[in-house]
Design a protein around this ligand. Sequence first.
Ligand SMILES: *Cc1c(COP(=O)(O)O)cnc(C)c1O
Length: 401
Amino acid sequence: VTGLRFTKSFTQQEGLSEATIERAAVLMRSGRLHRYDTPDGELSEASLLEQEFAACQGRDYCLACASGGYALHIALRSIGLKPGETVLTNAYTLAPVPGAIRNAGGEPVLVEIDPFYHIDFEDLQAKAQQSGARVLLLSLMRGHMPDMDRLVDLCKKLGLILIEDCAHTMGAHWNGRRSGSFGQVAAFSLQTYKHINAGEGGLLVSDDEQVAARAIIHSGSYMFYEQHGAAPGPAIFDEIKFETPNFSGRMDNLRALIAREQLPDLDANVQRWNRRYRRLAEGLSAIPGLTIPARDPREAYVGSSIQFRADGLTRDEIPAFVSACQQRGVILKWFGEPQPRGFASRYDSWKYLDEQPRLPNTLEALEKTVDMRVPLTFDLEDCGRIVGVIRRVVEGKRLEG
Ligand SMILES: *Cc1c(COP(=O)(O)O)cnc(C)c1O
């Protein structure tokens, strides 16, 4: 391949600071990696992370645990999901979401999305009424937030418990309010490709003391719940502790320390992501044939990835477009692809669901949707180069055709 080429990695995150590495070394020398291995009265790194994240989200309770998918699973358990019970979820999401529903013994019922990647309110209402569901697990996939105020009202009207999957919205706001403060429970991921990189990890937040207490016991607290950083008082544990199984999935102190070190930088990093996102969005939307679906001004998103539609290409031309970009070092994922690949599986590849729904609107919204990561190791010039590569590929295509 001759000409313009991009050489940086789309999966390379920033390294940890020297201060973090030093603090981690001290912890490792102490050997106290288990969250309940603390001298009397001292809060562990995991408990401090819970305190700080609860404060950051403006929530009463927080549980740190093994992964985002695990947090979703025990969120569903903690609200009292019954075996075989229906859980509504938007069809545009990642595989761990239907997986968490299954893990909690629930049956996912997928709801359509609209052309802006938001859950479709009409289909939500129809499916809620048809199924009699009590629970909506809203996945804010790739950070796209619907009108959250309207959604909360609709959930109230339909009697739905709202659980928010905020894997891609940590640090985002809707109408001035933090994503993760609308539902009865919200779950976040600390996995490398989300907004705080602890390798793996999850955070669950809630203001409901019963839900929080159950989540803590489920996570494998071995009855050390009084050592947690943002937990309800002991009385509620006395009510539920013997009827709540241990689904061992704890956070450890090393990952908690790594996450704590990054939490104060979250809001500044959101701005850094968004400067890169804006540069890409301006550049890409100026290329004829590419469109970026509009975003509501009330949506203060985190531009850690960008989605655009290759409307000027036919569906059959998209694989060649993606592969020409890849040959020039620009890695794109196509959500219209029938085969799951990397992090972009589509709902119709989850063959284990009881109901294999037909969701024409979702397929249409995803048919020409292309997805790109925006790691913070890219600078604004890199974003310009990426736009240059994509422009060259689109224009080359036009010359051929
Ligand atoms: C990553 C992700 C999850 C799960 O997080 P893990 O920490 O990887 O388990 C859930 N939902 C969405 C939308 C995600 O992208």
